[in-house]
Design a protein around this ligand. Sequence first.
Ligand code: T3D
Length: 266
Amino acid sequence: PEPLVLTSDAGAVRTLSLNRPAALNSFTTEMHGELMAALDLAAGDPQVRCLLLTGAGRAFCAGQDLADPSVAPDPAPGAAPKDLGHVISAYYAPLVARLRSMPVPVVAAVNGVAAGAGANIALCCDLVVAGRSASFIQAFTRIGLVPDTGGTWLLPRLVGSARALGMAMLGDKLPAEEAARIGLIWQCVDDAALPETAAALASKLATMPTRALVATRQAMAAAQGLDLDAALAEEARIQREMGNGGDYREGVEAFRAKRAPVFKDR
Ligand code: T3D
């Protein structure tokens, strides 16, 4: 059978494409399994220095596959409800945790609609670049659910609680251009330019000091829960670690020698 996640390498950039285009790359448990395995493989591969996540076909990802009998409500009268809490804690929560703990920077190239969990998977990546025809939909309330896959944590942090609540309660389609304008994503580009823009962004990140990039993600997330004094202390702690690393030495040496640095830490 066709893999549900396609893997390809270009230099130090590993691209993973969600590959259920006929169902807009919505998640089945099988696709969860393949994506997690591919992420674990990328995390453990020292050749990989940046991860690029995208979707095959016209969508990025439409969230949970709502035709999946293990999650869709059983129409039979009196049928027991499905345990969506289990679906979230067994599949979507570990996926967010995996993406946010990748030892390399993660770029999402949002090539089309990103709905429900699909939107929040894109938004939990480090840099999100979207094609102009792409859109973000917090589709949850449309079907009687609340934002999951990190949405309640991410959205207010990205765009403030007024916009987060508007997006989450109304569940309207937010075009990529508007998403970039309000700071939900990093960049919106013409559809035709998306593959090369995302690839260039990923290759640039792949040449940068991986360890410092990952520590930057972690420090910024951690600081959300700290007061200023604690955040300053945390910066000092992490900078001590960075200062002991080879990349700092290399960065300064290259600067002083007026040459391009070659970073190796991971
Ligand atoms: O449930 C739990 O376990 C809890 C977990 C929740 C996490 C979640 O993600 S909840 C949110 C689930 N997702 C949605 O509610 C989005 C549903 N999809 C849509 O609203 C629309 O498809 C889109 C707005 C994303 C795109 O609309 P459009 O008009 O461009 O495409 P379409 O015609 O609706 O979809 C094309 C095909 O993809 C169609 O199949 P068909 O008719 O050609 O055979 C459609 O059924 C299929 N598809 C789209 N989204 C899903 C899907 N099939 C299964 N599950 C989907 N989520």
